[in-house]
Write a protein that binds this ligand. Structure first.
Ligand code: BES
Ligand code: MN
Ligand code: ZN
Length: 497
């Protein structure tokens, strides 16, 4: 993966900076930013000419590439719309357009002038973090199993001129935090995009160990099936019964906080491939079930970000990793198993396997005396029907935790929408042959799946994110890295960053 470095630096005259690409904001009504005006003057009026000729108007999201002038080889104009209406959404559009514009060139470095991008609703450092995160994310390209790949862009060095307001140190910190978030997102995308014949439970365990080797404060422990048997994880082991791939329970512990400080626990669904098992899925788009470990990937990516940021918190990641296959030893519809909690479960559909591995992992994490537990899972197709690809579904048994996560989603623009865990839905989970069934009567599939999980999380503050609709894009097919930005933001907020 390519790495970009970011530096915040004050630049008096944009035309004097030596760079392969100068990026300046331009507002509508021929309102140039100071940097754009400096470039205009140095170029003998190239920017004004583009505006007068109508090649470029400065409206939001518009870009225009001109030959460079002074110290820079290229000049990229980015439209920012009405100067007085520049808000968060405009800042996001600026970011997208700048990434697209620079990505279309072979520039290896760039200077971006953000000084005049003053927002009413948010401070400048928010924009710097957002910009860094997106530039890092824009450089991602999957390459693991391709013979010939070029990087998505050549860019590896970015200087930001944030103008005169605020301290350079604070600006630099914002850029660094954004970059770490981007790195975590890319790590998650890479793991999730990997095909299931490579990305097995064993591979996930190996990747977690690799991360721990790079960082003092992170330790990893992997429990094998024998240990899970001793712990009584009958629900998790039921799912892995049909495959020859050994299941793993991966435990990652980051100790950035005081010893004895209760950890924030993240639990990620790690089904490295979901065929449905004996309740076999239909063939169409079944390849996408390699993404059924996207929750696990997001836990690893979030930990990577948090560790690199050095947040003063204790964070524990737990990943139940299995492959869901049909086979002569596979579980069958109607089988009853005993979970680690002691509750018995009637498995009416072997394709509702995520909740089976999660319920044992959620019981296991009680031992960490968690501050909160957040699980992340591509849990239900019904979630995609309900919310599409824009919002993750959020469930919680604690109001503050729900509010904090929703807020982190808004701040990072990686949003969730709260869903109910009402008793009316809980009533749908009834079995004649076990304490509870693994599927519920018609309707509300994402909700009843969350209700199932809620039966195993009564001892702590808990939230569940159903990311079935948000973890990957269908076209062009690829992992999004969600909800790493939300989770990282949530943890940064807890650390007071
Ligand atoms: N991994 C799937 C959920 C899924 C399906 C995510 C499609 C994204 C796209 C999960 O294990 C599953 O199969 N759920 C079933 C539950 C049903 C059997 C109650 C589903 O959603 O169909
Ligand atoms: Mn399934
Ligand atoms: Zn699944």
């Amino acid at each position: 993966m390519t790495a970009i470095s970011f530096t915040a630096r004050s630049i008096e005259n944009a035309a004097k900076a030596r760079t392969q690409c100068t990026i300046v904001p331009v507002f509508t009504k021929k309102s140039l930013s100071a940097a754009a005006a400096q470039m205009d003057e140095a170029s003998g009026g190239a920017v004004s000419a583009a505006l007068s000729l109508g090649d470029f108007s400065g409206k939001r999201g518009e870009t225009h590439l001109l030959p460079g002038t002074g110290g820079s080889k290229r000049l990229l104009l980015v439209g920012c719309g009405d100067r007085r209406k520049f808000d968060r959404e405009a800042a996001r559009e600026f970011t997208r357009a700048a990434c697209r514009g620079i990505g279309a060139t072979r520039a290896r470095d760039a200077v971006i002038h953000t000084g005049e991008l003053q927002m009413k609703d948010i401070d400048a450092d928010w924009l710097l973090a957002y910009l860094a995160r997106h530039l890092v994310s824009a450089t991602y390209r999957y390459s693991e199993t391709l013979s010939n790949t070029k990087p998505a862009m050549e860019l590896n060095k970015v200087v930001i001129n944030p103008g005169k307001k605020g301290s350079l140190r604070a600006h630099q910190r914002a850029l660094d935090l954004g970059r770490f978030t981007g790195v975590g997102i890319n790590e998650t995308r890479d793991l999730a995009n990997m095909p299931a014949n490579i990305c097995t439970p064993t591979h996930l365990a190996k990747e977690a160990r690799k991360l721990a080797r790079q960082h003092e404060d992170l330790s990893v422990q992997v429990l094998e099936e024998k240990k899970m048997q001793e712990l009584g994880m009958g629900a998790l082991l039921a799912v892995t019964a049909g495959t020859t791939q050994p299941a793993k329970l991966i435990i990652m512990q980051y100790k950035g906080g005081k010893s004895g400080q209760k950890p924030y626990v993240l639990v990620g669904k790690g089904v490295t491939f979901d065929t449905g098992g004996i309740s076999l899925k239909p063939g169409a788009k079944m390849d996408e079930m390699k993404y059924d470990m996207a929750g696990a990937a997001s836990v690893i990516g979030t930990l990577r970000a948090v560790v690199e940021m050095g947040l003063p918190l204790n964070v524990t990641g737990v990943i139940p990793a299995v492959e869901n296959m049909p086979g002569s030893r596979a579980i069958k519809p109607g089988d009853v198993v005993t979970s680690m909690s002691g509750k018995t479960i009637e498995i009416l559909n072997t394709d509702a396997e995520g909740r089976l591995i999660l319920c044992d992992a959620l019981t296991y994490v009680e031992r960490f005396k968690p501050q909160v537990v957040i699980d992340v899972a591509t849990l239900t197709g019904a979630c995609v029907v309900a919310l599409g690809s824009h919002a993750s579904a959020l469930y919680a048994n604690d109001e503050k935790l729900a509010e904090d996560l929703l807020q982190a989603g808004i701040e990072s623009h990686d949003r969730a929408w709260r869903m109910p865990l009402w008793d009316d839905y809980q009533q749908q989970l009834k079995s004649n042959f076990a304490d509870l069934p693994n599927i519920a009567g018609p309707g509300g599939g994402s909700i009843t799946a969350a209700c199932f999980l809620s039966r195993f999380t009564e001892k702590y503050h808990w939230a569940h994110l159903d990311i079935a609709g948000t973890a990957w894009d269908a076209s062009p097919k690829g992992a999004t890295g969600r909800p790493v930005a939300m989770l990282t933001r949530y943890l940064m907020d807890r650390a007071g960053k």
